[in-house]
Design a protein around this ligand. Sequence first.
Ligand code: NAI
Ligand code: MG
Length: 358
Amino acid sequence: SELKTYSIANIPADGIGPEVISAGVEVLKCLSEASGSYKIEFEDYDWSSETYKQTGSYIPEGGLDSLKKHDAIFFGAVGAPDVPDHLSLWGLRLAICQPFQQYANVRPTKILRGTTSPLRNAKTGDLDWVIIRENSEGEYAGQGGRSHRGLPWETATEVSIFTRHCVERLIRFAFETAQKRPRKHITVVTKSNAQRNGMVMWDEVAGIVAKDFPDVKVEKMLVDAMTCRMVLQPNSLDTIVATNLHADILSDLAAALAGSIGIAPTSNLDPTREHPSMFEPIHGSAFDITGKGVANPVGTFWTAAEMLRWLGEEEAADRLLECVENVCESKVVTRDLGGTAGTKEVTAAVCEEIKKSY
Ligand code: NAI
Ligand code: MG
């Protein structure tokens, strides 16, 4: 019978994006060839800040329609030193996430075998979280405006939007995620003492959704206290759900606590599967190391594993992450993890490990 074939849209974009995406594609090809049980095809989209500077837009006319024919999107990073960050983020990343209703941003973090956490007492297994971030509205809904520009009485508003529909679907997805993990534990993070409208509604909705998941243990935390908890008692947390802004910040902290921003993945999911979901390393375009061949590809490999999992290739996903951890344990790691290897050496080592594993 015909092998199942997945079609992936690559958007490497800016900075180290192309370096890590090409490493990711190499590893994904190596894995599908070694497995022989499915096929994977890639199509490159060269949308970037370069395109923006030349044409005035990141995504050409009809671009989103062409993305729709793929099973998933493999995204690098967007952002250039000479383009304001709010233009690049809204021009490319949010321009895909929002219309495609990729409302659940999933960010797993753990201390990979062979790597060390900056937390003195945290070892592999002591920090193993998945953060679920609201990805369609909240503080990043784009509501607001500026009046009286440049005058002393200039006024700017940035209004958070919380709709019951969007909060409910996200919290439900987070409970489903928690239920599938061994510990069945969820921490609902808000700031409902100070933000007394939207955040109080979050807490209420979480309380209602929780009734449908009697086997999941629920806990509530305020976001400021949560930062302390993550540092001091990492082992007491498992699944974490929070708003767009809060989870954005908490997940960078999570990545740093796990050892490096260079290892962490993120998935922008449309759980209804009406649109393709988008997978990317959590880090940005890292201009300071672009072109030096030292970018850590591990975050992109883990991202690739999460993409395979979403496509239904669980076995390949688990194997890939195993191989990545074996390579970390063998100390073939980049500078950010205390090693001396370059992107290409780590990539080659992971491919070797994959071939060995079959
Ligand atoms: P960044 O993540 O690009 O870099 C922060 C620090 O981490 C830098 O020192 C960098 O060298 C290091 N780093 C990042 N990824 C690494 C990797 N794979 N291996 C080794 N070291 C790595 O964040 P920054 O500097 O705040 O932003 C740079 C640009 O990226 C900005 O334009 C920003 O808007 C954009 N950005 C884009 C994101 C996206 O496309 N989703 C996410 C975050 C930032
Ligand atoms: Mg961020």
